[in-house]
Ligand binder design. Structure first.
Ligand code: BJW
Ligand code: ZN
Length: 241
């Protein structure tokens, strides 16, 4: 459990900060009922994200990959933001400078009202044509298999960053600025194993930020952060305000 003295330190650091950056992962949405990737509930028909979230998997069997996304689209469509998402919105409104970096593709931060954000792994409600590259919103649940582009009839894929693919350069440069210039970085609900996001805490630390982590359990980042609070995001994040 988080110690109240640790919570007090973080509250003070946030109150004194001019610039705040928040990095979130699947743990913040777990409290809304979205399965995490590396928890037992993240498995689908015994496949792991590493088996399906790759360009090779899509090339081999686009139907299987779309079936996985349909399972997730249905789950996510039934969820709502939780008090941790709302508390992040309030932090944005209170901070002179603020940026939210989320690895989550579920869109729950946007639904909650976050506006200053980078969805660095994309968004499950956006699709991209594998032929002409056009990107559009698509909220169909389930999406028709196999979905095709309205402009050129090319095969659509999720507008999501898969393993082995580069993140969008504009997101990377916006995140680098937010990490290099923040006074406090708050890392919420990520296992800290997927790069480049796994390197963000040390980037902020090197630039002099106070770095705090909120997670149900210790992570590979726990040793390098200034403060590690253990507990549920939905219980702890609202206490910071
Ligand atoms: C709670 C909680 C509660 C639970 N409250 N907490 C350097 C070294 C080694 C490898 C690489 C490297 N650089 C790049 C790579 C390769 C690769 C990589 O990192 N591999 C690692 C697995 C080793 N990275 C990439 O390929 C990236 N591309 C890239 O860097 O391009 C350049 C390049 C390519 C190749 C080589 C070198 C350079 C792209 C990564 C894209 C990741 N995409 C995914 C899938 C998207 C598919 C989709 O969503 O549809 O994004 S992977 C998956 O993991 C998803 C997530 O965003 C991401 C992170 O997971 P997250 O959010 O941390 O979730 P979990 O489940 O892991 O953890 C949940 C946490 O919450 C746990 O800690 C719980 O305890 C906690 N929790 N309930 C608080 N209530
Ligand atoms: Zn097209």
């Amino acid at each position: 459990m988080a110690r109240s003295s640790d919570l007090g330190i973080l509250i003070e650091k946030l109150a004194a900060a001019r610039a705040v950056t928040v990095l979130t992962g699947a743990g913040i949405s777990a409290d809304s009922g979205v399965p995490t990737f590396r928890g037992a509930d993240g498995l689908w028909r015994n496949f792991r994200a590493e088996d399906l979230a790759t360009p090779e998997a899509f090339e081999r069997d686009p139907r299987l990959v779309w079936e996985w996304y349909n399972w997730r689209r249905e789950l996510i469509a039934a969820t709502r933001p939780n008090p941790a998402h709302s508390a992040v919105v309030e932090l944005e409104q209170r901070s002179e400078e603020f940026w939210l970096i989320t690895q989550n593709v579920d869109g729950l931060h946007r639904t909650a009202g976050s506006r200053k954000l980078s969805e660095i792994h994309g968004n499950i409600w956006m699709v991209r044509c594998t032929d002409c590259g056009s990107v559009e919103e698509n909220h169909e649940v389930p999406i028709a298999l196999l979905p095709v582009c309205s402009r050129c009839k090319g095969l659509l894929r999720p507008h999501i960053v898969w393993f082995g693919e580069s993140l969008f350069p504009e997101d990377l440069s916006r995140c680098a600025t937010a990490l290099r210039t923040c006074d406090v970085l708050l890392v919420i609900g990520t296992s800290g194993v997927v790069y480049p996001a796994a390197g963000f805490a040390s980037m902020a630390k090197e630039s002099g930020a106070f770095v705090a982590e909120i997670n149900l359990e210790p992570t590979p980042q726990s040793g390098l952060v200034d403060l590690s609070l253990q507990g549920r995001a939905k219980d702890l994040v609202p206490l910071l305000l």
